[in-house]
Write a protein that binds this ligand. Structure first.
Ligand SMILES: [Ca+2]
Length: 443
């Protein structure tokens, strides 16, 4: 009798497993979007109805962190599930376009490679910033299809990079004749990818260029032309440097529209119920920039900005949505971008590999709290470690800083002097972590 019940219960479960298809995965990563730049994270100026709706129908994370406070570091960690420092110190800030012989090592195992092995069609539309030439290109890191830019930024109308080169590609072929506003082109190619791959499981990575400079909305004029160097004139045409927010607002709202069109492309093809959609940013935004540029991005209550290790540099918006599978909620667990790698491996049924991140699937589907852990950031001479509410910041040779983020989210009261044990523990953890990642980098 017991055997019969067991058999029946197995039979009862079987159809669910047999019917469940591996989900499509769409990962949209905005560029330099600050914590407070969109409506559902508190923006009063930028109208983002599509992102707000996505957040209302998914999990809105309030303590989600990019692995780095700049572009290349977070991209390396997102794609590999590893601390970017394991690939060397050059991955702790932006990969410089003048160094053509650098990039994410071909031996790195990316999420695109993992999902492709699992039978997924893999596409990338947008900004790479992990290498400029073979063998460091997206097609060599697991993406069947690539459309977009390789460098850190490009004019949103002419797609000329900072060094005056054309930078818009279909796989490894330059697309000089592409026309339109970059955010819209990324939308069109993303929708096209969805259309062509709707009958198979797909992974679509959409690293948008918005809202990185040049700060150009769709109605702003083109700025860069081929053959000129823009290292000292990277920002676009800004009439009033004291208020860049009007340009940024147009960029954010175009980005929001793009998200809306991608969601709609999934819905109209009946794919939305089997698609996990992630939206996040690669790092915080700029409040201000040298040259007198002010009022650019909004980091909400958080201190600092892009390229700093205060919260404004790496606490970012993050929404994960899968209608019918993930209960809409707000989540305050401390999550880092590299957690996506093991999470996606699990959802796609891949054999898991060793990563630095945590599989979030129990958090997503069962609302289970994540286990305790310590997280680390490093950029040049600045370092930070986070455990629970405590955050230690070490800026070069300056006195160590310790903040209690629950009581003081703005990192305004340095509590190091009164908490020597916490400082000692986090300093030791940071030092152990550095030894570990630096040893990987040397290999
Ligand atoms: Ca960025």
């Amino acid at each position: 009798m017991r055997f019969l019940i067991l058999t029946l219960s197995l039979l009862n479960l079987a159809p669910v497993t047999a019917l469940s298809k591996p989900p499509n995965i769409v990962l949209i990563m905005a560029d330099d979007l600050g914590y407070g730049d969109i409506g559902c994270y508190g923006s009063k100026t930028n109208r983002t109805p599509h992102l707000d709706k996505l957040a209302a129908r998914g999990i809105r994370f309030t303590d989600f962190h990019s692995n780095g406070p700049m572009c290349s570091p977070t991209r390396a960690a997102t794609l590999t599930g590893l601390y970017q420092s394991r690939f060397g110190r050059s991955f702790e800030s932006a990969l410089n376009g003048a160094e053509r012989e650098a990039g994410l090592p071909p031996a790195a195992f990316t999420i695109a490679e993992a999902l492709r092995e699992q039978g997924y069609a893999t596409g990338m539309v947008g900004k790479w910033h992990l290498g400029y030439d073979a063998p460091y290109l997206p097609n060599q890191q697991g993406f069947d299809e690539f459309r977009g830019l390789l460098s850190g930024d490009g004019d949103f109308h002419t797609r000329i990079d900072r060094l005056g080169n054309e930078d818009w590609w279909e796989n490894e072929v330059l697309q000089s004749e592409a026309e339109g506003y970059t955010t819209d082109l990324i939308t069109q190619h993303s929708v096209d990818f969805i259309e062509r791959h709707q009958k198979e499981p797909f992974f679509l990575y959409i690293p948008h260029l918005a809202i990185h400079f040049p700060w150009q909305g769709p109605e702003d004029p083109p700025h860069r032309t081929k053959g000129n160097n823009y290292l000292k004139d990277k920002w676009g045409i800004i009439a009033d440097r004291s208020d860049v927010s009007t340009h940024v607002k147009a960029m954010v709202e175009s980005l929001d529209l793009s998200v809306g069109e991608i969601v709609s492309a999934l819905e109209t093809r009946g794919l939305r119920e089997n698609t996990l959609l992630i939206f996040t940013s690669d790092n915080g935004g700029y409040r201000e920039y040298s040259g007198g540029f002010k009022n650019i991005s909004d980091m909400g209550p958080y201190r600092g900005q892009k390229a700093t290790l205060y919260e404004g540099g790496h606490r970012v918006p993050a929404i994960i949505s899968w209608p019918g599978k993930i209960t809409p909620s707000q989540n305050d667990d401390t999550v880092m971008t590299f957690d996506l790698f093991p999470t996606l491996q699990k959802l796609a049924g891949c054999e898991t590999t060793e990563t630095d991140g945590l599989d979030l699937s129990d958090l997503l589907f069962e609302s289970t709290k994540l286990p305790d852990r310590t997280l680390f950031w490093r950029m040049k001479n600045d370092k930070a470690a986070r455990h629970g509410p405590w955050k230690l910041v070490q800026r070069g040779k300056r006195p160590v800083e310790l903040y209690h983020l629950t009581d003081d989210p703005g990192e305004s009261k340095n509590l190091a002097a009164g908490n020597p044990e916490v400082v000692q523990k986090l300093t030791q953890a940071l030092s152990d972590w550095e030894k570990d990642v630096d040893a990987s980098a040397r290999q």
